[in-house]
Design a protein around this ligand. Structure first.
Ligand code: HEC
Ligand code: HEC
Length: 280
C-alpha cells in the first residue's frame, strides 16, 4: 500500500501534466484526411441519389432540407468547407461533438451526399449545366493565365488552380469570379475557415509625400517593405518615407467578371474549374 500510493500519485501528476500540454495536432484538427476515390462529375442523378441518402441518414439531425434540427443548418457548409472538406467531415465525423463518422459508407455514396449538400440554395441546372470544354476556352480567352497557374503554365500573382476542383464548391468558385477579394483563401488545403490569407491580402501604402501604392506584401525588413503589384513587379519602399500602411480587406488584384461573361460562359468556366484536379 505504502509503495503503491506514491506510484499512483506520480501517475496522476504525470497525467495532469500531459493534460496541460498543448494538444497534439490530431486532437486539435481531428483525424488526418482520408484518401478516397476522386469526386465524380456532379449530375442531376448524383444529386438525386444524395438526397435519398441524406433523408435516410442525416435528416433526423440536420432537418429534411438541411436547415437544421439538433445538428446545425448546412446551407452554408459547402461554401465554407468545399467538396473535400464536406467529404472529410462526413467520413470522419467531428470528434467530441454530436456529428458521427460515416466512414462505413462507400466513397461513391459520400460524394453523392456531398453533391446534394452542395446543391442547397441552388437549382440542379445551375450546378451541372456548364460544359467544361467550353469553360477551358473561356479560361484561355479571359486572361486568367496572366495570374494563375494550371498544370505548370501561367503567372503566379494568384493562387495555383491545378487542384482547385476538390477544394472549392461550385458556389464558391462562382462567387470568386463575381466578387473577388471577399473570401480570400486562407490556405492551399482549403479545410480551414476562410479569413485573410496574408499572401493575397492587399495593402495600401501611403508615402510621406502623399503618393500611394497598392500591392501584396511579400517581404519586410527593418528599413524596407516590398510590395508586389498586379503585374507581378516588386516595389521596395523605404520605411522612413512611409506615412502609413494598412490592409485593404475586400480588395483583390483579381478583376470581377461580373457583366463581362454571359451566364452560360460563367457556368462553363465554373464547370471547368470544378473539374480540375480529380473530378472528371
Ligand atoms: C446524430 C446527429 C447527426 C447526424 C445523424 C448527422 N449529423 Fe452532421 N452534425 C451534427 C452535429 C451536432 C454537428 C455540429 C458539430 C459541432 O459541434 O461542430 C454536425 C455537423 C455537421 C457538419 C459541419 C457543419 C459546419 O458548418 O461546419 C456537416 C457538413 C455535417 N454535419 C453533415 C452531415 C451529413 C452529410 C450527415 C449524414 C451523412 C450528418 N451530418 C449526420 C449531428 C449529426
Ligand atoms: C490580375 C490577376 C488575376 C486575374 C487576371 C485573375 N485572377 Fe483569379 N485570383 C487572383 C488573386 C490575387 C486571387 C486571390 C485573392 C482572391 O481570392 O481574391 C485569385 C483567386 C482566384 C480563385 C480562388 C482560388 C482559391 O484558392 O480559392 C479562383 C478560382 C480564380 N481566382 C479564378 C480565376 C479565373 C477563372 C480567372 C479568369 C476568368 C481569374 N481568376 C483571373 C488574381 C487574378
Amino acid at each position: 500500500m505504502n509503495l503503491i500510493r506514491p506510484l499512483y500519485t506520480a501517475a496522476l501528476i504525470l497525467a495532469l501534466a500531459m493534460m496541460g500540454r498543448a494538444p497534439s495536432a490530431a486532437a486539435q484538427f481531428g483525424p488526418p484526411p482520408v484518401a478516397h476515390e476522386p469526386h465524380p462529375r456532379t449530375t442531376a442523378d448524383t444529386i438525386a441519389q444524395g438526397k435519398q441518402q441524406f433523408e435516410g441518414t442525416c435528416a433526423n439531425c440536420h432537418g429534411i432540407d438541411g436547415s437544421g434540427a439538433t445538428g446545425p443548418n448546412l446551407h452554408e457548409a459547402a461554401r465554407r468547407l468545399g467538396p473535400e472538406g464536406l467529404f472529410q467531415t462526413v467520413h470522419n465525423g467531428i470528434s467530441g461533438s454530436g456529428m458521427p463518422a460515416f466512414g462505413q459508407l462507400s466513397d461513391q455514396k459520400i460524394w453523392q451526399i456531398v453533391d446534394y449538400v452542395s446543391s442547397f440554395g441552388h437549382s440542379a441546372e445551375e450546378l451541372v449545366s456548364g460544359d467544361p470544354q467550353k469553360g477551358k476556352a473561356v479560361y484561355e480567352s479571359s486572361g486568367c493565365a496572366t495570374c494563375h497557374i494550371i498544370d505548370g503554365k501561367g503567372g503566379d500573382s494568384g493562387p495555383e488552380l491545378s487542384k482547385i476542383g476538390p477544394l472549392r464548391g461550385a458556389d464558391f468558385l462562382r462567387s470568386v469570379l463575381l466578387d473577388p477579394g471577399t473570401n480570400v483563401p486562407i490556405d492551399a488545403a482549403g479545410l480551414q475557415e476562410r479569413s485573410q490569407y496574408p499572401a493575397y491580402t492587399m495593402y495600401r501604402v501611403v508615402m510621406n509625400d502623399g503618393k500611394e501604392l497598392m500591392g501584396m506584401r511579400v517581404n519586410e525588413d527593418s528599413f524596407t517593405i516590398q510590395l508586389k503589384d498586379a503585374q507581378g513587379r516588386l516595389h521596395s519602399v523605404q520605411i522612413h518615407n512611409v506615412q502609413k500602411i494598412e490592409p485593404v480587406p475586400g480588395k483583390s488584384f483579381m478583376p470581377s467578371y461580373k457583366g463581362k461573361l454571359t451566364s452560360d460562359q460563367l457556368n462553363d468556366l465554373v464547370s471547368y474549374l470544378a473539374g480540375l484536379g480529380g473530378a472528371q
